[in-house]
Structures are given as C-alpha cells and as structure tokens.
Design a protein around this ligand. Sequence first.
Ligand code: PGA
Length: 255
Amino acid sequence: MLRKLIIAGNWKMNGSRQMAEALIGDVLAHYKVDAKTQVLLFPPAVYLAQTAQLLEGSAVHFGAQTVSEHTSGAYTGEISADMLQDMGCQSVLVGHSERRSLYKESNEDVAAKFMAAKQQGLVPVLCVGESLEQREQKITLDVVLGQIAAIIEENGVNVLENAVIAYEPVWAIGTGLTALPEQAQQVHQAIRQYVADLNEEIAKNLPILYGGSVKPDNAKQLFAMADIDGGLIGGASLKSADFLAIIEQAQQVEK
Ligand code: PGA
C-alpha cells in the first residue's frame, strides 16, 4: 500500500452541538481504526472546540473548512491558521468550490490561504475542479492544473509535501451526479503526472481525494482506482450510517 485512503467529511454549514456529539460518537464507536485509512472531519468552525474534545486521544483528525490568509489583526469574522492549530486542528480545507464561487476566492487568495495553513503546520486540503461548462468546453485539465499551478508557481512544488489535493468536479457537488470512476481517474492521473514532472517523490506520496456525490454505493469503485486516494464527502458525511459505510468501503479496497 503506497498511500493511505483518506475519508474526509465536509459538513459545510450544517449541524448542531447535538448532531456533532451524536455523529462523532457514532464514528468513534464504529470506525475500526486500521493502517489503511485516515478519517478526517471538517465541522463548522464553531464546533471545533467540541470536536477537539470529543476526538481527543482518538485516531480521527479534524480541521476547519477555510482559513484566513492573514496571521492576526483587524479582520473581523476571520479565523487564522494559528488559531486553528491552537484548537488542535491537523488540517484545513482551502479553495472549496463554494468558497471560490460564492465568496469569490481567486486562485491567488487560495494560494495565500494554502501557505498560511502550511506555515502553521496544518495539512491543507486544496480543492480543485471544473464547472460543467468548462468540462463541455474540454478545458477540465487546464482549469484543474491551473488551480494547482497557482500554488506551486509562487511557492515551489515542495509545498505539496504534507498537503492533500481534492478533485471535486463542480457539476458533481451536491447534485447526485458522480464522476464515473474512470472519468475521475483520468483527472487524478493527470494531476499526479503534472506533479511528478516537477518532483516524483512528492507526486508518489500526494493523496488525491475525489469529491462530488460520493455515496456508500459508489465509494468503493471510486477508491479502487489507482490514483484516487479516498474521498471528500459532503452530504453523505452528515449521516453516520452513510459515512461509516463509506469508511468501510474504503477499508475493503485492495490496491
Ligand atoms: P457532496 O459534497 O458529497 O455533497 O457532493 C462534496 C463537497 O463539496 O466536498
């Protein structure tokens, strides 16, 4: 086994204290920790303290859904990487397509957030992906590789060490449409090749997750693909039975 499979739950703006307690309780009770998988939770920031407490001493990691590019100061409403690290986060999502489209985060903003996370020793999960229109125009790889290039052109490929990429075709997020395993694999392979051309070792160790309507009934086929190293799961991560079923599917993958 070259890379662990990462099963990450992105709760987005959903949940409550009660839900967090129940869901995390279920995950801890039923996830049979093994060497093949890493489970990671991204609750809303207000529940990070509770999450930290519930997960203390467990093998499950957690993080925030976004981070400020600034270190501290007059940025009302923002949360710094330093604060996330202080709360015990190991990771943070950057550049989720909802942040890019609804909050107008540019590739440059995402690169700055990515670097802010790295500087605090957080593992950034860089989300990339094309819209339906871009796929139809056959510019998927230009878009996706461009989003990655925005990070490494400024900072060098070494910043992808201890980082994760999540390929999430925008047309598959929350729509019930999932990329076919082969369709996703094509993009994942292109991403790994792009990084390998710059540094083979980093490419070999780089986890590339798939996101976009991952469900218990399609997870295994996706995770079985050579360059798909797990999933970033939205809707299905809110129901513990579905999320646990996806984790189990990952544990059954042989590669
Ligand atoms: P979805 O969301 O699983 O609900 O499609 C995935 C994501 O946005 O990370």
